[in-house]
Write a protein that binds this ligand. Structure first.
Ligand code: NDP
Ligand code: GUE
Length: 283
């Protein structure tokens, strides 16, 4: 039976550090503020927004939410990002995914001021991962996965790791971070012919697709570590990409949903807003 890799202690550690930074910033009249832009009403984005607002409240970070109708134009959203870039009272900008299908993610990402890019979506901040720069702003979820692995002392050097999902906000940057940590990484996606061929050999399987209960016990080897990034809904309740019960009979360790990567992601987000505020307020 697998051990449960709870995200809570990992998040607590990050939030303690963040709270101290925010308190120090407030003493210098710097009031860290996060702006959230959401287009449409996708359920996992609303969950993230609500969870993020609660976490920010806990550490004293202010939040301004801007919600656009699904039919809003790309130009309107880009203009609001440009306004936030100029606004000295806003230190971090989070653009919720998914965006409407007609939007170019790249056109949106390149407009964000890299110093306010607390979700690491700009070409500059994504490129800095390839360059192996440290202390940069990176996508929160991949950083959350790396923080969980470090907290539970799960080494990566020389390990076979499978990442399912190749989005620019989770799968791709995570693959690069794992590679930087000297793992041998396979990145799988919709066009991968036989996912099992890779997952059944892997020491660590990380699933980030949003396909509810995609990963089964037969897909992994005995004693694998399984990280569930997915956040979907079944019968109105949050569930991940992993069939938790059957997979935990075979794996050595599994993250739960809820209570796993999600809680660390919001803590990383708060941490990065505090870091970005520190830089902007000391300039
Ligand atoms: N817990 C947390 O903190 C977070 C959770 N999430 C959740 O993680 C999931 C992924 O998010 P995100 O990356 O933004 O989503 P995207 O929809 O942008 O990307 C999904 C990725 O999964 C791949 N994929 C989809 N179906 C399959 C399949 N059947 N087999 C293999 N690969 C597949 C897609 O492949 P292709 O590229 O070929 O289409 C794509 O690369 C969502 O459920 C999201 O809500 C996201 C961020 C944080
Ligand atoms: N630009 C962008 N970056 C993201 O990282 C991003 C996004 N867009 N769009 C939506 C998805 C989804 N996502 C979640 C993060 C945390 C929880 C979370 O905190 N979940 C709690 C439970 C919350 C609940 O029960 O509603 C938990 O897992 O325990 C959920 C979902 C981030 N995403």
């Amino acid at each position: 039976m697998a051990i449960e890799l709870s995200g809570k202690p990992v998040a607590e550690k990050l939030l303690e550090q963040t709270l101290k930074t925010v308190e120090d910033l407030k003493k210098t009249d710097c009031f860290p503020t996060l702006a959230i832009i959401r287009v449409g009403n996708e359920q996992s984005s609303i969950s993230y927004e609500n969870a993020a607002i609660k976490t920010m409240q806990r550490v004293g970070i202010a939040v301004e939410s801007m919600v656009f109708d699904e039919a809003a134009s790309l130009e309107t959203v880009i203009q609001s990002i440009r306004d936030l870039n100029q606004n000295k009272n806003v230190h971090g900008i989070l653009v919720m995914q998914p965006l409407p299908e007609t939007f170019s993610r790249y056109k949106v990402a390149r407009c964000v001021d890299p110093t306010k890019d607390i979700d690491g979506i700009t070409p500059l901040n994504l490129g800095l991962i390839v360059a192996e720069a440290t202390h940069t702003l990176v996508p929160s979820t991949p950083k959350a996965v790396m923080a969980l692995l470090e907290y539970y002392d799960i080494s990566l050097e020389g390990k076979e790791v499978c990442v399912i999902g190749s989005s620019s906000v989770v799968g791709k940057p995570l693959t690069l971070m794992l590679l930087n940590a000297e793992a041998t990484v396979s990145n799988l996606h919709v066009k991968t012919k036989d996912i099992k061929l890779y997952t059944q050999k892997a020491d660590i399987v990380i699933s980030a697709t949003g396909v509810v209960e995609l990963l089964k016990a037969e897909d992994i080897k005995d004693d694998a570590v399984v990280i569930d990034v997915g956040f979907g809904y079944k019968d109105g309740k949050p569930v991940g990409d992993v069939r938790y019960k059957e997979v935990s009979d075979k794996a050595s360790a599994v993250t739960p949903v809820p209570g796993g990567i999600g809680v660390i992601t919001t803590a990383v987000l708060a941490f990065q807003v505090a870091q970005a505020s520190w830089k902007q307020c000391s300039d």
